[in-house]
Design a protein. Sequence first.
Length: 495
Amino acid sequence: MKLKNIFSLLLLSVVALFTSCANDDDITLLDDIQVSQSYISIPEEGGSASITVTAKADWKLENVPEWITPSAETGTAGETELTFTAEAYSGGRSSDAMTIHCNGKTQHINVVQGEVSITNATCAEVIAGPDNKTYQVTGTVTAIANTTYGNLYLNDGTGEIYIYGTLDASGAEKNFLSLGIEVGDEITVQGPKLTYNGTVELVNVTVVDINKSLIKVDSLSADAISKDGGTITAYVTTKGSGVSVDIPEDAKEWLSIASIKQNGTSAELTFKAASNEGGIRSTELTLATVADGKTYTTLTTITQQGGIQDVSVADFNAAADGDAQYRLKGVATDVQENGSFTLTDWSGSTLVYKSTNAAAKGVKNGDIVTVVGTHDTYKGTVELVGGDVTELNPTTTISIADFMGLPDSDTNYMITGTITKIANDHYGNVYISDGTNEVYLYGLYPGYGATGDNRYDFVANSGLKVGDEITVIGAHLTYGETIEIKNAIFVSKNN
């Protein structure tokens, strides 16, 4: 009974404190930026709610979720009424990350609509679920991307999600290391879902539980297995009973278990790979141990080197991100001082991002280059990264007038002219002129490397017509009294 009375007194004190804060309109004070309320509620049926922003200088509202429409996202010094509007929503959602910035100070604002409940879910259910909903999910830490903020990947077997920010035990940011979380640990977290550039994230999660893994891969005997085949050993620490390995089905054709040796808490797992005739390949293995009836797992990636794959630009663009090496050949355009350029062949274009040696080799617009690199995607843009220019076939930009006076040779020239006549749109036989001089294109290909049927019907399919100005590449050839470019490479249409 005494405990009940004490609890009642404490509850009354909390209510009194809350009421006092409510009577002060929940004003949040900072030197440069103040808001009349930092927590705003909008009903499930939709509507608006307003606060007063008092600022000493210009301010900016950031991290506004798509479901909230603010009356303004910027403002000036003085008082501003800021209204937030949302359409009807029955699931319950919250804008945990919204902020106002002024003079280097940050004010957090949270708009809640409906009753925000925490939903227990699998990773797959989080991925399929709506943004701004708060989830609780349990999974294994497969990788840690940032040890200050606590950015990591969580996998529960149904899928993988990205944790963008992990709060410490007191709810503070930038203190992830205090939690002692490691790859292989099973953790339970709570946080709101956001989707950023296609990546599903739980943001600034609270850690509910940490179940330390009893198995850990300490190191591998090599970075990768040779492309000629061979073995690699994983050195493992395990505190459970035995070690088992799960090799994915699509990797079993080239990777197998050679041996498993265990001595106390130490184990050595050796894997054997067949020779690799294709590009670099890798697979993620699940290692497991059992203790007290519970299975603990960790992941490790085994990589095997491979040859360089010769592909078209279209095939490269369709490839997956990874460490596989690709060799592409085409025309360089939009060449930048930092080594970046656009590479185009008959099948399409791709961005070569900061080539390692394009600037040093003097690559310029119109040159035909061979470049080797890996596939990456940045904010939806496909890139060839680490691009090494292995072959350079220079092209000289020249006027049609100067081109007419050249001798026949294998030298590539880039010329620009206006189409004056289309003699055959199937083969691409057209005439181009600078207004005075005219040169015959005996075959116009859609780009570098076109073969077979891909060489034909480009003029018809592209809609090129008399009067269009185009830029092409080719060598000087004289046939009878006609100066021509045989099998000209199309570069661009300029009007």
